[in-house]
Design a protein around this ligand. Structure first.
Ligand code: BGC
Length: 351
């Protein structure tokens, strides 16, 4: 079968190639791939900055934002042939650490977790893939191709859960949220902000293209420029750019007692106007919390599937701005100005 593979740490080693059918030891459920979303992590892997092949192999099948249809449900009887499923990304570490033992693998303490398409287990960018039934999330059939948005939705579901948990350490009635970055993660964070009943604002550099309208049609405010210029003090900031300046500005801009949830990673930028000690002053004297969030556990996957099922389908459909066949994966990896979420489409969604 065809798969998109990469040699981790080797820039531009990505290629479409023939690989053996998925081995039964990868799970009793056999799935036909429909689509796989691309994100910044995939780009980092392709550029050789991130990613690990399975032990004893040199190449990794890419892809962690999956959607597929069950071909063989396996012996356990939970899934049926034809069900639409999305594969959970992370597996607990083998020790396991207390968090992984308790099913909270997203909070793994020893870093020995594995992740499909990212860290030591093959991903979902192949015509067929196998998965253990307990890691296959069945999704609402009516979502169709939009089920490919489930994985990024799980990431922001966790971020929201963490932010709310931290905020509730004291008396807290949040009204406003600022989301920085209007990529797929930022837009899905904004969607969840609306579902939480908050006044939502999104900040991005884009002055044109699909982002301003996507934000406004959610009933949220759209801002360009810097966090310092948004004109209000957000109770919550969900930071989705990973840009050092935006992070520093967010810590300063969030209201006293507020929470900044970080979902993006970056590195190396010089920060203007806020130094280490100032960060402490901001956080200490105003009871501010900065919480970093990565990945998602099964509770977040369940909540995210509910959130996606509740969302307006026509709005979600506007997030998937480009679909490319696997033979055009190189084109899929190139950023175009109107891109929000680009997916590699392996087969049609119809049963
Ligand atoms: C994925 C997460 C993963 C993280 C770090 C993100 O792109 O969505 O599932 O934990 O990368 O590898």
């Amino acid at each position: 079968m065809k798969a998109i593979t990469v040699e981790p740490s080797k820039p531009d080693s990505v290629r479409l190639e023939d690989v053996p059918e998925p081995d039964a030891c990868n799970g009793s459920v056999l799935v036909e791939a429909i689509a796989v979303g691309l994100c910044g992590t995939d780009l980092e892997i392709v550029q050789g900055h991130y990613g690990w092949a399975p032990s004893g192999e040199s190449r990794l099948i890419l892809g962690h934002e999956s959607l597929g249809r069950v071909l063989e449900p396996g012996p356990r009887g939970v899934l049926k042939t034809g069900d639409l499923v999305v594969g959970i990304v992370r597996r607990p570490d083998p020790v396991p650490c207390p968090n992984c033992a308790a099913g909270e693998w997203d909070m793994c303490q020893n870093g020995r977790y594995t992740e499909r398409g990212i860290k030591e287990i093959h991903g979902f960018m192949s015509e067929r893939w196998r998965i253990e039934p307990e890691y296959a999330m069945k999704i609402d059939e009516s979502l169709g191709l939009l089920g490919v948005l489930l994985e990024p939705t799980t990431v922001v579901t966790k971020a929201w859960e963490q932010v709310m948990a931290v905020g509730n350490r004291a008396f807290w009635e949040p009204c406003t949220v600022l989301v920085t970055g209007a990529g797929p993660i930022g837009l899905l964070a904004a969607l969840l902000g609306k579902q939480h009943g908050l006044e939502v604002h999104v900040l991005d550099r884009a002055q044109s293209g699909p982002k301003p309208d996507l934000v406004r049609s959610l009933g949220a405010g759209y801002h360009t420029g810097s966090v310092r210029e948004v004109g209000f003090e957000p109770d919550i900031i969900i930071e989705c750019t990973g840009d050092g300046q935006v992070v520093a500005d967010s810590i300063r801009a969030v209201k006293a007692g507020g929470v900044v949830g970080l979902t993006g990673v970056g590195g190396g930028e010089e920060i203007d106007g806020l130094f280490g000690g100032d960060l402490a002053t901001e956080a200490v004297l105003s009871n501010k919390v900065i919480v970093g969030c990565v990945n998602a556990n099964k509770r977040h996957w369940y909540k995210a599937s509910q959130a996606l099922a509740r969302a307006d389908r026509s709005w979600l459909a506007r997030l998937v701005t480009r679909r490319e066949g696997p033979e055009h994966f190189a084109r899929a990896l190139e950023k175009e100005a109107t891109d929000v979420k680009v997916v590699v489409q392996f087969s049609d969604v119809c049963d």
